[in-house]
Design a protein around this ligand. Structure first.
Ligand code: FDA
Length: 290
């Protein structure tokens, strides 16, 4: 079945960058930061990987122009990228070359590039690629770590030792119990442990969650440990909890919104539907209304 894009509109800013850019205006106007994600994943053909690498390069330049035309601060705008789109699952050398080109352009534009984390079959290769390029671009690239993976405590410790900027999330993929915690209380417990370490020993962490319990925990950790509100940022997805996003900014926190766009929106959209029944209800309501 082909899903109509109208259903995804609440979660996906547009099919093209031209569609998506206007969606950033109200976010920046309200003091939110953004990270733009060109949707796509697991590209197995070299020409497509190259096409995505070029598209990401163009995105960096157009986004920096947009940011500068608005007079926004450099850190207000960044991009998120999946390495599996630019050659990771074809040839490591190709992925590293594409990533280096992209990071050189991002450094010139003073724009931060977040490496999204995908399924566990490429966790190690993603962190290896990150470590290969990080020494050359220490201020412009950072990984994502997933609280549900058993390995993450060691990865958090390593990231803190290297001074790498981490986004912490729960983890969105279906992983086996041999490598990932399965129940929410345990995942939350580990999220809190990792957040504590990143807030106290890490460098400007991004705490990505819509979960009130974890948002309150992060606020409490920061208060108790004397971590200032501009030393970290909360992160949420476009279209989810927009009021909470703005309330956090009004309360003096930094909040970055992850804004996806592109024609390959179905896998991302399906993950959002699986995650929460409210998201699925929203789509059903739109269907019924026609
Ligand atoms: P979750 O869906 O677990 O809900 C927990 C509780 O939060 C709910 O019971 C409710 O109380 C509250 N809540 C959540 N959504 C709400 C809503 N819409 N309205 C009201 N209450 C709500 N994953 C990954 O594997 N790799 C990655 O690179 C990324 N990147 C990423 C970036 C950003 C900015 C975000 C926010 C998330 C990711 N993720 C991700 C996804 C992440 O791993 C996770 O799957 C989702 O964020 C869902 O987990 P939450 O903690 O947000 O809430």
């Amino acid at each position: 079945m082909t899903l109509p894009f109208a259903l995804a509109r609440r979660f996906v800013a547009g099919r093209t960058l031209d569609d998506a850019l206007p969606a950033l205006d109200p976010l920046l106007d309200d003091g939110l930061f953004v990270t733009l994600d060109l949707l796509g994943e697991h590209v197995h053909e070299r020409p497509r990987a190259q096409a995505f690498a070029h598209a990401y390069g163009d995105l960096v330049e157009r986004l920096a122009d947009y940011r500068d035309a608005r007079g926004a601060a450099p850190e207000a705008v960044g991009i998120s990228i999946k390495l599996s789109m630019i050659g990771q699952v074809i040839d490591r050398g190709l992925a590293e070359a594409n990533l280096r080109d992209l990071l050189a352009r991002a450094r010139d534009a003073d724009l931060f590039v977040r490496l999204d984390m995908e399924g566990s079959e490429i966790t190690q290769s993603t962190l290896d690629l990150f470590m290969a390029v990080y020494p050359d671009f220490p201020d412009h690239v950072g990984p994502v770590l997933q609280a549900y993976l058993h390995r993450t405590a060691a990865d958090v410790a390593r990231a803190c030792a290297f001074g790498a900027r981490v986004r912490l999330c729960k983890g969105a993929y279906k992983e086996p119990a041999s490598i990932a915690f399965q129940d929410m209380p345990t995942i939350r417990w580990y999220y809190r442990q990792h957040a504590t370490r990143l807030l106290t020993e890490g460098r400007y962490p991004g705490l990505a969650t819509h979960d009130d319990e974890l948002i309150a925990a992060v606020q409490q950790i920061a208060d108790e440990r004397g971590v200032s509100r501009d030393a970290f940022e909360f992160q949420m997805l476009y279209g989810l909890r927009p009021e909470t996003q703005r309330q956090l900014v009004r309360d003096g926190y930094r909040m970055r919104v992850y804004v996806p766009y592109g024609t390959e929106w179905v896998p991302y959209f399906s993950r959002r539907l699986r995650e929460r029944k409210e998201n699925a209800f929203f789509v059903l309501k739109a269907l019924v209304k026609g």
